[in-house]
Design a protein around this ligand. Sequence first.
Ligand SMILES: *Cc1c(COP(=O)(O)O)cnc(C)c1O
Length: 240
Amino acid sequence: MTDTQLIENISRIYRRISEAAVRAGRKAEDIKLIAVTKTVGLQQIQEAVGAGLRIFGESKVQEAREKIQDSRCKMQDAVIQWHLIGHLQKNKAKTAVELFDIIHSVDSLDLAEAIGRHAEKIGKIQKILLQVKLSDEISKYGILNDNLSESIKEISEMENLSIKGLMAIPPFFENPENARPYFSELRTLRDTAETMGFNLPELSMGMTDDFEVAIEEGATMVRIGTAIFGKRKYCHKEAQ
Ligand SMILES: *Cc1c(COP(=O)(O)O)cnc(C)c1O
């Protein structure tokens, strides 16, 4: 993809974000764009930084590690945040804590404990989001909505973790309107938890195909890959 195309894509996304925000009576600056860079090379990421993007999302620790380390050498000036948005295995929690500013995909108490343990070892307060498996959802990962308040309570007592909010990945629909009930359910779960005294400002929801609906339903972080970098090219078969 050319530089010009990338810049066009990014400005189009910002415009769509702000239009969706206006429709919902919200402020565009309350919505953070997480540019999803899985399968995207460092050069393209550098161009995206040049175009003004500062928050990048990766779904695999392994793939992210090289890019993050390289970016630390090559882009020392820009303050870049890296977010982990894909499923995290416990045995990679240590590396994840070393690399990521926020881990969106905390989907079990065990994983939260592992992250907390490694964060303690390096004196870090790790920011996390809890990934929720919504009603009728068939996704593999996520804390069941029934168990959510209990999980929030237990995880919020873990010393080196700071829960910033909730994340979900609704199923894909041709018509993004069909994703709306999922987004609204996540917001309701957050609101309920807040009435119990937890502070959960962030809602990470919405991707290329449905981010505007997610914003209308309260998303504060949208995770967008394809609409910025184009269709992903996988060189070998792997899960998306
Ligand atoms: C790949 C991915 C995205 C971005 O998907 P696009 O449809 O390319 O915008 C967002 N969230 C998660 C968890 C992903 O794995």
